[in-house]
Design a protein around this ligand. Sequence first.
Ligand code: B12
Ligand code: SF4
Length: 616
Amino acid sequence: MGVIQGHTNGQQNRAKTNGDAGISRQSAPADGGKLIVLTAPLTETIDHAGYFIQMGMASMPIWMEGVLNRKYPNWRDVELNDDGTARYMPAGTRLLETSLQREFKAEDMVACLPDDLHKFIGPNTRVVAVSTHNPLGVTFAAGVYTSIFGSSKMPINSHYARLMFKLIKENPYRDNFKVIVGGSGGWQIIQTDLYEELGVDCVVEGRSESLDTLELFRRAIRGESLPREIEVKHPTTREGILFPDKRTTFGVVEMTTGCGRRCQFCLPDLNPQIDLPKDQIMKAVRANVREGNKQISLATEDMFIWGQVHTETPFYFPNREALIDLYTDIVNTPGVEHHVLSHSTIAPAVVDPLLIKKLSDVLLPKSPIHLPYLSSDPQKKALTPLIGLETGSIAMGKKIMPSKGVPFSIEDWPSVVIQGLTVLNQNNWFPAMTLIVGNPDETDDDVKATLDLIYEVERRGLFAFFIPSVFTPLHDTRMEMKKGVTETMQLTPLQWQLIMKCWKMNLRPGQNSWWAPTAWRVGALALWMHKLRKLNGPNFKWPLFMFSSVMSEKMMGRLGKIYVGKPIKVKSRKELIAGLKSHYLQYLRADNGDLPQDYVATPATRKTSMALPVLS
Ligand code: B12
Ligand code: SF4
């Protein structure tokens, strides 16, 4: 290993334009090909330029690829090993590889990029296994933006995922092998029934560690027919989760599975709540560094549950010492230059503000994200976890996410969001917060309540990147059968206003979010004139004018064209704590203050909150 090759634009274009002709001329690999070939779409594998490049590609339609090319002319460059295999792959692909190696020989399988499939698929190949995150772009956020932009609804990521499937389908040895797809986006193929078109034999839902997954591969290798769709069991213990010993895209290393807050629309929450052993996490971090990765990101639904799963303390009271210890060791691992946060919830920032401060001290120096207009850090560094806001409506919150803010009541959700964001911003955390527009049975009052919260954030000078998305009933969630908005035409003026207000606010830090201004502000009006007026209907007009600042919002409000929001009563942290169930107080840390005056910390408080968990 060592030589780094680049996939040039030319090479990628060849795959794109030459199609069939290029493929049929390719000769068989000298060794007859590998028994099992693993791959993933190029756009889900690249990891330079940070998370935003992949998120942008999930949301921007293919006709906007030029914007991406101009900003990142080398985005297609990936590193290969000397033998042509991929130097790094998404964590899911790496996990699958590790899982399969329990049964099959390492020399019988490879993980490679789609452009290199022809080097490894030959007469000996029996399985091509694809891992995919979001192949058709029909998930939250991704789908709606491409449809707003019109003409082609195909997101860039989907385009490249389809190219990969085409290469597999047209491979000269296709009749000899089965195509098995897995990963968090597999359900999109099941729901759209694109098996034939994409050339997929079987979609696996669930983790590769499952023994059912191994059995499926055995069957494929024996040439037996496979079910179109199979659900495999999720491990229920820490020991059941494997860790790859190779480099992953973005240095993703799993930290937890499941969540525990039980939001109705959530898929990952259906998995068992597990926090993974520190020694395994550290091993995977070191494996990434060993193979040249300088960045690490811990995959989790909520980083704050780690160290507090199945302890005597409820998981929503974070284990401060354990978290600081873990993150300190990660960022101090020799070779780790960058660390990026993934998902979290906001209530922990209200529960333990000092934890946020201490984590900032540890994490900011290694954050690759700079927000000069927002950050008070001398180097202008910032932390940007992904946090679900979803709705500002208490009534809607009760229906879709009654435990989102625990230990606080969902009745206090708007106050939890404001107080949490205040703590986060003070410590240079500027989260990307997702919102769901068009929830089933959403009323104008629900949307107004969310707008009130967004305007309150603005009034208080707080900042989050708000990412609204149209409700998509995700397969297998508790809301699978519910219907929300299915086309942008159906969005009401208030729903449009919420979407456009969020994006208008996101543009405040200007040049730091390269894709937002490019994608949203430049030419918004011109685009509306040419295309969007017809596509998105009349309800879009004033929200777009508001977004483009053609007139002040006050004036638009006076004319009755938009809703300008009303101030909300926000409880202080002390008031929020005063409203907690009394037995929760023992889990709060006295050094954060705000405890009721007559409250005396008990030994139980000190014991549970100071204990380091035995995790390895
Ligand atoms: C890290 C991460 C990202 C990163 C990096 C992604 C990457 N390419 O590596 C970034 C920030 C870029 C990202 C972007 C997006 N993400 Co994301 N992401 C995650 C996160 C936190 C971890 C993913 C991960 O690596 N997990 C660890 C690996 C090991 O798990 P895994 O991939 O699922 O693999 C397991 C199984 O699926 C299975 N498996 C995997 N592949 C295969 C293949 C076969 C053949 C088999 C049998 C089994 C199998 O086995 C593995 C375990 O053994 C998850 C949440 C989560 N906890 O999973 C969300 C998540 C996957 N992302 C999600 C979404 C919505 C997105 C975006 C669309 C967001 C957006 N609007 O921009 C984009 C799409 C990006 C794109 N290219 O299109 C959703 C998925 C929804 C869906 N597809 O239905 C999730 C679940 C978050 C959520 N709570 O909603 N994401
Ligand atoms: S807080 Fe997030 S991860 Fe947890 S259940 Fe709710 S949506 Fe899912």
